[in-house]
Write a protein that binds this ligand. Structure first.
Ligand SMILES: NC(=O)c1ccc[n+]([C@@H]2O[C@H](COP(=O)([O-])OP(=O)(O)OC[C@H]3O[C@@H](n4cnc5c(N)ncnc54)[C@H](OP(=O)(O)O)[C@@H]3O)[C@@H](O)[C@H]2O)c1
Length: 291
């Protein structure tokens, strides 16, 4: 079995987690709505992830909604002491599967209580405030009112740590003026490198950066350079894409999403895939190609 600790560890607030974690979004039904196609496999994926050493799982009560949190609880509760579950708030789902902003203090309080109940926790380990600017893209705007509301819930003991998601550098700085920010979760991968400067800023501040869509999300990464490198290294393109992220900066924590046990194993095996400097330079051209 892969020793996933070989990819290293990084701080997530007062906890330290392995850099290879797991994102649970793919466990909900199509369009991240409704129950999984195969509930038994969803539970197996979660249990195998933790049995393989994963101690960092990303989720949200708006996946399903409520579906992935309930699966996590069914598969893994009572939780291992070292398991860190990171959730996010800031949206609710409509009956038509739409994603709707929900960032008033009352809506955020409701979301925190929903997460607590569905995960079966007395305090949430990490809550990311998910800015709902333009879909998955960043947009500026004050986060003062919602982040202050979450900081109040933290003071009440319902949340251990706070993070940000879909946030600009300015918004992260504003949030850090209100409460400690332990992680930032934005879209980033080999071909989507808008956050290069932010990653470096966060590394200097010792804040973890957690890329969502590390494999391209709903549009899987495709690049002839990536395929060529993977072939030479006898790895899959997705493994090379994850290994590149692990090499990109020490504060990057991975949460690749999968509903498949086979893909989970392939993703965790990335921990032992080392990339030489010339290979990293070659892979860097993928981001440049896409602009
Ligand atoms: N903060 C936010 O706004 C936000 C937004 C999106 C996601 N997230 C979080 O980030 C996590 C990761 O993002 P994501 O799951 O959307 O996208 P992703 O990890 O980039 O890619 C997931 C897709 O890749 C496939 N896949 C996974 N492993 C593979 C492998 N080894 N070989 C081939 N295909 C593979 C999956 O299909 P299979 O199921 O068939 O493996 C799925 O279609 C999510 O699970 C969620 O927790 C956060």
């Amino acid at each position: 079995m892969t020793d996933i600790a070989s990819a290293g560890v990084y701080a997530l607030g007062r906890r330290t987690v392995k850099r290879l974690g797991y994102g649970a979004m793919q466990l909900a039904g199509p369009g991240v709505f409704g129950p999984p196609k195969d509930p038994a496999t969803a539970l197996t994926v979660l249990r195998e992830a933790v049995a393989s050493g994963v101690d960092h799982i990303d989720t949200s009560d708006f996946y399903g909604p409520h579906v992935t949190n309930k699966l996590i609880r069914e598969a893994l509760h009572p939780y291992a002491d070292d398991l860190v579950i990171v959730t996010k708030v800031g949206a609710v789902r409509g009956e038509d599967a739409s994603w709707n902003r929900a960032i008033t203090p009352a809506e955020l309080t409701q979301a925190v209580h929903d997460n607590l109940r569905n995960l079966g926790l007395d305090a949430l380990h990490v809550v990311n405030f998910r800015s709902m600017g333009h879909g998955h893209g960043l947009s500026e705007g004050s986060i003062e009112e919602p982040f202050t509301a979450l900081a109040e819930l933290q003071r009440q003991g319902l949340i251990q740590h706070l993070g940000m998601s879909n946030a600009t550098s300015t918004q992260v700085a504003q949030a850090r003026g209100i409460a400690e920010v332990v992680c930032v979760q934005n879209q980033y991968n080999l071909a989507h490198r808008e956050d290069d400067a932010l990653i470096d800023e966060l590394e200097a501040a010792e804040i973890s950066y957690v890329p969502f869509f590390p494999l391209g999300g709903f549009t899987p990464l495709q690049s002839s350079t990536l395929s060529d490198v993977a072939k030479r290294l006898e790895a899959t393109p997705m493994q090379v894409a994850l290994a590149w992220l692990l090499h990109r900066a020490p504060n990057i924590l991975l949460i690749p999403g999968t509903s498949s046990v086979e893909h989970l194993r392939q993703n965790l095996a990335t921990a032992e895939l080392k990339l030489a400097d010339d290979v990293l330079a070659e892979l860097d051209t993928v981001g440049a190609e896409k602009g």
